[in-house]
Design a protein around this ligand. Sequence first.
Ligand code: MN
Length: 201
Amino acid sequence: MAFTLPKLAYDYKALEPYIDAQTMEIHYSKHHQAYVTNVNNAIAGKPEDTMSLEDILKNISKQPPVVRNNAGGVFNHNLFWTVMKPNGGGEPSGALADAIKSTFGSVADFKTKFAEAGATRFGSGWAWLCVTGGKLAICSTPNQDNPLMDISECKGTPILGLDVWEHAYYLKYQNRRPEYITNFWNVINWDEVAKRLDNAK
Ligand code: MN
């Protein structure tokens, strides 16, 4: 098997009350697992079987939809679980805080723009904070696309991603996606975002 489901660093209930345990369990053990299984099946016996996920994504225009959707799904969820943690939230610090303030004016302005990117994504998709040409940028992508993909309208290295598919919030929030996004700030793992910023530079 080319790809495996990475272990979660916390329990299903660890992000309560902001993200409920049932949503976490289904999201991780069913949805994420399905992306892993489906991409492995799609690339079995092909050269992609030994390629890195990032290399597949960077050349995704050469792949059929089944690889685009499921390789994207694997990468996006691998990232998503790491940018949240129990007792997360608070304020970013250091180089990340400096970059956010110099790009967006303030952390509050950044949160507003990021939330807007997630709230206005029609249908299923993701909101992203990326490093593009050494600078921070906010964007969103449909379905399981992401900024690493060569077909993406917003290209860059994602350092923060928020899943705005209904499966990420519907059990607890139903149609209230903006409330889910507001509560995401209570579980964000700024240290992980800062680490990814460091690695992207
Ligand atoms: Mn998802």
